[in-house]
Design a protein around this ligand. Structure first.
Ligand SMILES: Cc1cc2nc3c(=O)[nH]c(=O)nc-3n(C[C@H](O)[C@H](O)[C@H](O)COP(=O)(O)OP(=O)(O)OC[C@H]3O[C@@H](n4cnc5c(N)ncnc54)[C@H](O)[C@@H]3O)c2cc1C
Length: 543
């Protein structure tokens, strides 16, 4: 083979870093809302998350997406999904490290006051490897509080849902070491407006129900249990649907096809038909939406965590690239305009991380009023910021960022998804208004949190004034819902950064995001921004 050229100025692969303890902003948030022992308990997960091995699992799981097998060779329906072994490695790691339902299990002899923060920090670090498997991990986590509306069902299935074990395959759930849960709400005629669901539930003589209808989106169809909405004469109601019935026979759970998705390719998302499918009522008849909202609100937390993770993963790659690639005689990382781009991304990422972990701390503390409103506003804002941030980080890698092997296209394709899930942009922004309208306690709790930084920075005080003016104006509130949701989230982020982040980060955030000293694209921070301090903090340390 003739040698035509030497390969130079290409960036070495990024591995051997710890995206949990090595990420200063995330590690500080963990210690702030939990303690050092909690952070230390995530050491092994952090080391794995930065390893070549885990990156390879992520690549393989995406390059070998799940395959639907509707029938066996003899024509019997099997309704199974086959996954590459790397998918199972990812799932097993997440479950065994307690990122699924584990925080809901409290051993009275050894209470864990920071179980949800621990999980959130682990989730934010670990899912940077691969986002798709985060979906079933999240739904398993989120199913537990909703299932508690039916204490008998919770007693039966909660031990499996909260176990730190992963066991793939069709089997009677109570005999499995660990369970995976999914959710079936969305139908063809409407996903946001679930009251328009047409799936019907008819009572059986033994106290169960028979469901007939369809679900247009049901992710992770290989899960053991699903929370599903269907109509009773009393209205939309919530049901538990196991894929295998207590007597060990298969329930009717017909997988029609898998979605051919923009991203999220390692994860299976299906269309499902129910025909006389056996189900158990969860909560009161006709109270399906308030029942499943427990699950929806919990998954919203993970939309914020997942988006913060996506931004952080993209930023980490961008910084790594810029620190090794030279152009025009100097490292990219030393060039002033590139520093501006990277610092802007770092500020965005840290603000998302701080808010995401603060939400998880609210779960530990039972701050439901705060969580209801702050969770919705954060879900709107952090998810909306993610595609923009990832696109900019991708460009830091130049043409290499547009090439699949870099991993950036995978992050880019995933980036819009959290904004669609669990209340797409408009719906979640309108939900922010609803949360404020329904309970003054929610707004009071969020204001109290913002006010903890009152007086610390005139730009935050002014933004709080603008927010108050927006809220005081009753005209055309729905038209302004995105403005209000975004401003609320920005005020929360600013309050957190002013109290907990170095001045370089907090001041830059306030100048750009609150005071308007900023452009329409990232990389437009004002001259004089302390970019070196911001970038030094944003580097992820090795294991
Ligand atoms: C990959 C993937 C996996 C999914 N997995 C699941 C799953 O496991 N289980 C499940 O139940 N669903 C799942 N979904 C469905 C998802 O939750 C829905 O797509 C989402 O809730 C939006 O519903 P829709 O698609 O019917 O859009 P629509 O409800 O038709 O909304 C379309 C647009 O209109 C906007 N809109 C709606 N109402 C208003 C209004 N009043 N004012 C202004 N704008 C409005 C929305 O914000 C949205 O942008 C999945 C979706 C995807 C893409």
């Amino acid at each position: 083979m003739g040698v035509t050229h030497e390969v130079t100025n290409q960036v070495p692969p990024l591995a051997g870093h710890d995206p949990i303890a090595g990420d200063t902003a995330l590690a500080e948030a963990c210690v702030r809302h939990a303690d050092v022992a909690t952070l230390d308990s995530l050491k092994a997960l952090g080391a794995l998350a930065g390893s070549e091995q885990a990156q390879e699992w992520g690549r393989l799981a995406n390059e070998n997406p799940p395959r639907l097998r509707t029938h066996d060779r003899y024509g019997h329906r099997v309704d199974e999904v086959e996954f590459h072994p790397a998918w199972h490695d990812l799932m097993r790691t997440a479950f065994e490290h307690g990122l699924a339902g584990a925080p809901w299990h409290q051993d009275p002899a050894h209470p864990e006051p920071h179980a949800h923060v621990r999980r959130a920090v682990g989730y934010l670090g670990w899912t940077q490897v691969e986002m798709g498997h985060g979906c079933p991990v999240t739904m398993t986590y989120a199913a537990v509080p909703a299932l508690r509306a039916a204490p008998e069902l919770a007693a039966r299935y909660e031990p499996g849902l909260t176990a730190s074990a992963y066991e793939f395959g069709l089997a009677e759930p109570t005999g499995k070491r660990g369970l995976v849960a999914g959710m079936g709400m969305t139908e063809k005629q409407g996903g946001s407006d679930v009251r328009a669901n047409t799936t019907r539930a008819v009572p059986n003589s033994d106290g169960t129900y028979a469901l007939t209808g369809h679900k247009w989106f049901t992710s992770a169809p290989m899960s053991d249990l699903f929370l599903v909405l269907a109509q009773l004469s009393e209205g939309v109601s919530c049901f538990l649907v196991p894929r295998v019935l207590p007597d060990g026979t298969r329930n009717v759970f017909r997988l029609q096809r898998l979605k051919d998705k923009l991203g999220d390719r390692a994860n299976a998302s299906s269309e499902v038909e129910f025909e006389g499918t056996t189900a158990w009522l969860v909560g009161e008849p006709g109270r399906g939406v308030p029942t499943i909202i427990e699950m929806v609100n919990t998954t919203r937390l993970d939309c914020v965590l997942g988006s913060a993770a996506t931004m952080r993963a993209a930023l980490t790659q961008a910084i790594h690239h810029a620190r090794h690639r030279r152009a025009f005689g100097a490292l990219l990382a030393d060039q002033p305009l590139m520093q501006n781009v990277l610092a802007d991304l770092a500020v965005e990422s840290e603000a998302a991380t701080a808010l995401a972990v603060r939400l998880a701390a609210a779960v530990d503390a039972g701050e439901s009023d705060f969580l209801r409103l702050a969770g919705a506003a954060a879900k709107f804002w952090v998810c909306k910021r993610t595609p923009t941030a990832v696109a900019e980080a991708l460009e830091v890698l130049g043409g290499n960022g547009y090439v699949e092997e870099s991993g950036m296209p995978r992050l880019y394709r995933q980036a819009p998804l959290n904004s669609i899930w669990e209340g797409s942009g408009n719906v979640i922004a309108l939900d922010v208004l609803r949360a404020m309208g329904r309970s003054s306690a929610s707004l009071a709790a969020v204001r109290a949190e913002i006010d903890l930084a009152r007086g610390a920075d005139a730009r935050l005080d002014a933004a709080v004034g603008r927010l108050a003016a927006e809220l005081a104006d009753p005209e055309q509130l729905p038209v302004r819902a995105r403005r209000i949701a975004g401003l609320l989230a920005l005020c929360l982020q600013a309050s957190l950064l002013l109290r907990h982040a170095p001045a370089a980060v907090a001041d830059t955030f306030c100048a750009s995001r609150l005071d308007g000293d900023w452009g329409a694209v990232l990389g437009t921070l004002p001259g004089g921004t302390p970019v070196s301090a911001i970038l030094e903090r944003a580097r992820v340390a090795p294991v």
